[in-house]
Design a protein around this ligand. Structure first.
Ligand SMILES: [Zn+2]
Length: 115
């Protein structure tokens, strides 16, 4: 299954132990929305917990910092990138630095930091 870091996702019914473990690993749970992993999540451990709970490989994807779209699709680095370790904010193919949008990234970042 694919999980977007910073986005809500649902899981099949978990055992109490797995659930508690995910909470300890910094996964957020909301009754209506489901589960969410973000900057405060111990991604490496949480992915391991979910993988063993659902018996499926977990593919993490991240959002584009500029437009908010999933940015892993078609990314040149997707094969070598370890999403458990990189920042949860990335840049999509349309907004990659090669296209000179890096300035926009910096601008967005500075505005976010200021506000
Ligand atoms: Zn983008």
């Amino acid at each position: 299954m694919r999980i977007l870091i910073g986005g809500w996702f649902t899981l099949p019914r978990l055992g109490r132990e797995d659930f508690m473990l995910l909470m300890k690993q910094g996964v957020t749970y909301d009754k209506a929305m489901g589960f969410k992993m973000d900057a405060g999540t111990d991604l490496e451990s949480a992915v391991r917990t979910i993988r063993s709970a659902v018996g499926e490989d977990i593919e993490l994807t991240v959002r584009c910092f500029v437009c908010g779209k999933e940015s892993c699709e078609g990314c040149y680095y997707s094969k070598v990138c370890d999403r458990r370790k990189v920042s949860s904010m990335c840049l999509c193919a349309d907004h990659s630095p090669e296209k000179g949008i890096f300035d926009l990234y910096v601008k967005t970042l500075s505005e976010t930091v200021v506000s």
